[in-house]
Design a binder for this molecule. Structure first.
Ligand code: SF4
Length: 68
């Protein structure tokens, strides 16, 4: 299932059926991706460029980012 999480500048969508739990997102942007939190994705004030740099490394394609 795909869920969307809206921040000030970006909307990040996540598909849990595709995620392979490689953890690139958590390592790259721990302030946005934190599995111990609910919801575990909180874009906050992250910029599109910063989010895109990490999401581009997601090996599964489970994450997508767009401007608000
Ligand atoms: S980087 Fe992508 S595949 Fe890895 S845990 Fe995050 S969403 Fe899942």
């Amino acid at each position: 299932m795909s869920n969307s999480f809206e921040g000030k500048h970006v909307v990040i969508s996540y598909d849990d059926k595709i995620c392979t739990h490689a953890g690139e997102c958590v390592r790259g942007l721990p302030q946005v991706f934190d599995p111990k939190r609910s919801p575990w994705i909180q874009p906050g004030e992250i910029s599109y460029e910063a989010a895109e740099q990490v999401i581009r490394r997601c090996p599964s394609g489970a994450l997508k980012v767009r401007h608000v």
